[in-house]
Design a protein. Structure first.
Length: 722
């Protein structure tokens, strides 16, 4: 007898064709040419009980959906965990091997008590129920932890700013540098206008910071900052918590180009803090781009690093500008997705200008993102300033002088006696290091006090002489006269990781002896010991600052002086105390911590960006635009170069499957919308995502409760007392 072949039917967007292979049709009419499908998910569903035919549903991760041509489908957040379904075979195997009871021999039938003949049908039924329960337990556990998400059960129009479940649309607009490409920003604004058409939506700009936007979309412009997707949903939730519509609830719509460089390494960083439905709206596409990532100065050369974010080799023209004038040009060939160093010789007499000089290396070729075609650097004037070291032990003075020279600080270390006369103290001293001086002489105390009163800084390391004096100079803090000896090596705890002198590497530093304050310190504790006693504290003395290290720079007191951390600590501490901004670098939009007090920042037009009123503590500023800025501290003016983040130059987009997984993991309202091609584009149809994981966990708990009850019903004890 010949077996009838089954017929399968695939339903596409607007047509359905009966075929035997079930291949989808992606065109709008049945006779159109088939195109390779994008990332899709599909499932077969029964359509006719009499014919045995099935229909399939198909949906794209980025294409628009048609509610008439698609049905329900299931996706999984952690699909590999579905391999746990293989464990269902374990109870099947165990039940099969234990179907027959173990035969036991008896010496006499007289010892057996009378028993009713068991009903075979009842035992078989209990056996099947128990087997089904055990298989269901394993299947429910595997499905629950795989994170299933049902899509397409409910559909609604999400265009024109329509509300979803009464939630207010919270539109998050990416304002990073990559969005400034031609056409991409206009496409994003069309999304915002459509989502906020009814006037109920809240629009938030996302760049270096989240900013509530109240102006019309046409007046909003992208910034030169970077947007990272890690932790973004938690930042949006913090903004939403302070909005008046928080009682109604929000549905987040993220409009972005979704750069691959913005995606964090850990997927959990995308979903942490996600409490609101999320819909992603991708705009733009991957494009080739070239950029100047950085410029550094080495001797009489300026070395630029030029990067290619393209699949083909290209020849580019690179120019060096000094004080806005082109002084040199060259041509280089960039490899595909590679980097090349370009060296320029600085023109003679560049350092003789008497002030900081700004220079820039730029590309003279057009590409998708012109803002990253230039990188800036500052050629600084060498200033003659001195670091006065007052020490009673030669070893401590040599440690500090060697560390200052190794770090390349602009301060020349000068050893000064503990009781100098007027000829021993140079006039160029801007910084003082007091290394366990004990009681200062009147001359030294007067000079140091005058320096601090003028806004200078002092590094004070205390040891046995300071403990013997019982009082620390300058800060007037009483200390115990007995040196505290720590049993074993006590480790260091960083209390203020944001302080410029905190640095890193303190985990490997041990302290054997220390000087203990007689009363709680009035300064700000930066480092402490494991017993909560201070190790490094900052004291404000008028406009000046004093860093107090409560241990001596001696091998018998601490291992700090023999660790690589010591050079970093001395460099950071002296730069902070001496208001040295020579190593200051800035990225547009990123927070800049200025290691100085009483500082002002001005842009290229002379407008004040940071004033004195904002620098009572350690000042922090965000410079939103690249260029040259002027930083002014008491008695000094420094030029600061601000460049764009090089990660914005890579215009490759994130995997659409990752974006879909992101939506599903947060329990999102999946938009599934295609990029808008014009203001009159039809609104997308949103699918309701329903994660049934909580119900599967409840079912699992119920099955775990019922299974032992069923297993013990009618069970006969193994041993019966005679």
């Amino acid at each position: 007898m010949r077996r009838r072949g089954r017929s399968w039917k695939w339903t596409g967007r607007s047509c359905a064709r009966a075929t035997r292979t079930g291949s989808p049709t992606t065109s709008g009419d049945c006779g159109a040419r088939r195109r390779p499908p994008g990332p899709t998910t599909s499932a077969w569903t029964r359509t006719s009980r009499s014919t045995g035919r099935y229909s399939s549903t198909c949906g794209s991760a980025r294409g628009s959906h048609d509610a008439r041509g698609e049905g329900a489908r299931v996706t999984f957040v952690a699909a590999p965990l579905l391999l746990g379904l293989l464990l269902v075979a374990v109870p099947l195997w165990l039940h099969r091997t234990h179907r027959e009871a173990t035969r036991r021999g008896f010496s006499s039938l007289f010892l057996m008590r009378a028993a009713e003949e068991p009903v075979h049908a009842e035992r078989t039924l209990r056996y099947l129920v128990l087997l089904a329960l055990r298989c269901a337990v394993l299947a429910a556990a595997a499905l629950a932890f795989a994170g299933p998400v049902l899509s397409g059960l409910l559909r609604e129009d999400s265009g024109a700013g329509g509300r979803e479940d009464g939630r207010v649309p919270l539109v998050v607009l990416d304002r990073s540098l990559s969005m400034a490409r031609p056409g991409v920003w206009d496409e994003a604004l069309r999304y915002v206008e459509r989502l906020a058409a009814d006037g109920a939506a809240v629009v938030v700009g996302a760049g270096a910071e989240l900013e509530l936007l109240t102006a019309s979309p046409g007046s909003i412009a992208p910034q030169a900052s970077r947007l990272g997707l890690g932790g973004l949903v938690s930042r949006v939730a913090a903004v939403a918590a302070n909005l008046p519509q928080r009682e109604t609830g929000f549905a987040v719509h993220l409009v972005s180009d979704f750069q691959a460089s913005a995606v964090p390494d850990r997927f959990n960083a995308l979903i942490e803090g996600g409490t609101m439905p999320l819909t992603v709206h991708p705009v733009g596409r991957a494009e080739d781009n070239w950029a100047v990532e950085s410029v550094r100065l080495s001797g009489d050369e300026a070395i630029a690093r030029v990067a290619s974010h393209a699949e083909a080799r290209r020849e580019v023209h690179v120019a060096l500008r000094v004080a806005d004038a082109v002084v040199d040009r060259t041509t280089v060939t960039l490899p595909p997705r590679g980097r090349t160093e370009v060296r320029f010789a600085l023109p003679p007499g560049t350092e003789a200008a008497g002030e900081d000089t700004g220079l820039a290396v730029s590309l003279e070729s057009t590409d998708a993102l012109p803002a990253d075609d230039v990188a800036r650097a500052v050629l600084r004037v060498r200033r003659s300033s001195a670091l006065a070291i007052v020490a009673t032990r030669d070893a401590a003075a040599e440690y500090v002088a060697a560390a200052a020279e190794a770090a390349g600080l602009p301060f020349e270390p000068i050893r000064v006696g503990a009781r100098p006369d007027s000829g021993d103290w140079p006039a160029s001293v801007e910084l003082v290091a007091l290394l366990d001086p004990g009681r200062l002489s009147a001359d030294v105390s007067r000079r140091v006090s005058r320096l601090v009163a003028g806004g200078g800084g002092v590094l004070l390391a205390v040891g046995p002489r300071a403990a013997g004096a019982g009082m620390l100079p300058l800060v007037e803090q009483a200390v115990e006269r007995t040196v505290r000896t720590h049993p074993g090596d006590v480790r260091v705890v960083v209390e203020d990781a944001g302080h410029p002198a905190a640095g890193d590497g303190w985990r490997d530093v041990a302290v054997y002896r220390s000087v203990v304050p007689a009363e709680p310190t009035a300064g700000e504790v930066i480092l402490s010991l494991q017993d909560s006693r201070p190790l490094l504290a900052e004291h404000r003395v008028g406009p000046g600052r004093v860093l107090v290290l409560y241990t001596a720079l001696d091998r018998e007191w601490t291992s700090l002086v023999v660790r690589p951390t010591f050079v970093r600590f001395v460099a950071d501490a002296l730069r902070y105390l001496g208001n040295d901004l020579g190593a200051l670098e800035a990225v547009a939009g990123a927070p800049l911590h200025v290691p100085a007090a009483s500082v002002q920042v001005f842009d290229a037009d002379g407008a004040r960006v940071l004033g004195l009123a904002s620098t009572a503590d350690r000042p922090t500023v965000r410079l939103s635009e690249p260029g040259f800025y002027t930083v002014r501290t008491p008695g000094r003016s420094t030029l600061l170069a601000v460049n764009v983040d090089p990660r914005e130059s890579d215009l490759r987009v994130a995997d659409p499957a990752l974006l879909a997984r992101w939506q599903d993991a947060i329990g999102a309202e999946a938009a599934g919308s295609a990029p808008v091609v014009g203001p009159g584009a039809e609104p997308a149809v949103a699918e309701r995502q329903q994660p049934p994981g909580i119900w599967l966990l409840a079912l699992l708990a119920l099955l775990l409760l019922v299974e032992p009850l069923v297993a013990n019903v009618g069970r006969v004890p193994r041993s019966v007392p005679v």
